[in-house]
Design a protein. Structure first.
Length: 71
């Protein structure tokens, strides 16, 4: 069975912004986060905390962009 990459970006230009968001999340949560790209030493709990923080921020951004639109 071939392995499929599921984390490809729809908008590749967003990589820099997402990397900045990851770094901000790690700083806010007090998690040591490596800038060289390797974070294999992170615990599952820390990685999940970073992912949850990023999701929360992305939802906030989407809500702001949608503003008062009614769908």
């Amino acid at each position: 069975m071939s392995r499929r990459k599921s984390n490809t970006l729809v908008v590749p230009q967003a990589r820099v912004a997402l990397d900045q968001l990851k770094t901000e999340a790690a700083q806010q949560l007090g998690v040591s986060f490596s800038q060289d790209g390797y974070n294999g030493n992170l615990s599952t709990r820390d990685a999940g905390s970073i992912g949850g923080y990023i999701t929360k921020k992305l939802v906030q951004i989407a809500e702001q962009q949608l503003g008062g639109r009614n769908f």
